[in-house]
Design a protein around this ligand. Structure first.
Ligand code: SIN
Ligand code: FE2
Length: 216
């Protein structure tokens, strides 16, 4: 009885401010996690995970796919949004309803109401994968926030400043955590340190990240 009470109260989401315009919504996506992971499998059946090439010719360690009206891609031609999957030539999978509603709820909880994402980048990290510091800046309207959902094994997120050389804060992210940044924080550099070996009951050794954006 005591244990049940303790467990249910300790799993309630809470908000951690990162800086002006950015928050971590701790455990916010936990209740929806199984449905989100099922929806990721459905998306990946249609548009499989792939390791894209950077414009400089490097293979990214993170495997990616997309859903929604616009998908983010990188290849020798550069970074861009496009409406079709380059592997199939088909439109990206529809954004699952559970993705859309979670993204809107999280944006509101982070202070950005009315968020209607038209793009979701799905990142899959295996142990050893990482993402270097970068800005999300291929979108048309920087008044729209970024909503970033973590699922599976833990990772160390880096949240930097307006310049690449600004020393990033280290933010440990766990299953169900959601980072929302916009307004004055919209163009902050961010990245993910090399994923460590770990096991999660729902995802095995992997971490998934859903990044919601308004591309157009
Ligand atoms: C990204 O910036 O696209 C991914 C961030 C993350 O995996 O947490
Ligand atoms: Fe990013």
């Amino acid at each position: 009885m005591t244990m049940d009470l303790f467990e249910s109260s300790s799993s309630e989401p809470w908000v951690e401010p990162l800086c002006d315009g950015a928050v971590v919504l701790r455990r916010f996506a936990r209740a929806d996690a199984s449905r989100l992971l099922e929806a990721i499998s459905v998306v990946a059946e249609q548009a499989r995970f792939r390791q894209m090439q950077t414009p400089g010719g490097h293979t990214m360690s993170v495997a990616m796919t997309c859903c929604g009206d616009w998908g983010w891609v990188t290849d020798a031609g550069g970074y861009r949004y496009q409406q079709t999957d380059p592997l199939s030539g088909e439109p990206w999978p529809l954004m699952p309803a559970v993705f859309r509603s979670l993204a809107a709820k999280a944006a509101s909880a982070g202070g950005y109401s009315g968020f209607e994402p038209d793009a979701c980048l799905v990142n899959r990290y295996a142990p050893g994968a990482k993402m270097g510091l970068h800005q999300d800046k291929d979108e048309d309207d920087f008044d729209q926030p970024i909503v970033s959902v973590s699922l599976g094994t833990p990772a160390m997120f880096q949240f930097g400043g307006a310049r690449r050389s600004d020393r990033p804060q280290r933010v440990p992210l766990e299953h169900g955590d959601v980072v929302v940044w916009g307004g004055p924080a919209r163009l902050r550099y961010h990245g993910v340190l090399t994923l460590k070996q770990a096991l999660h009951s729902l995802t095995g050794a992997c971490r998934y990240n859903l990044t919601f954006r308004r591309a157009r």
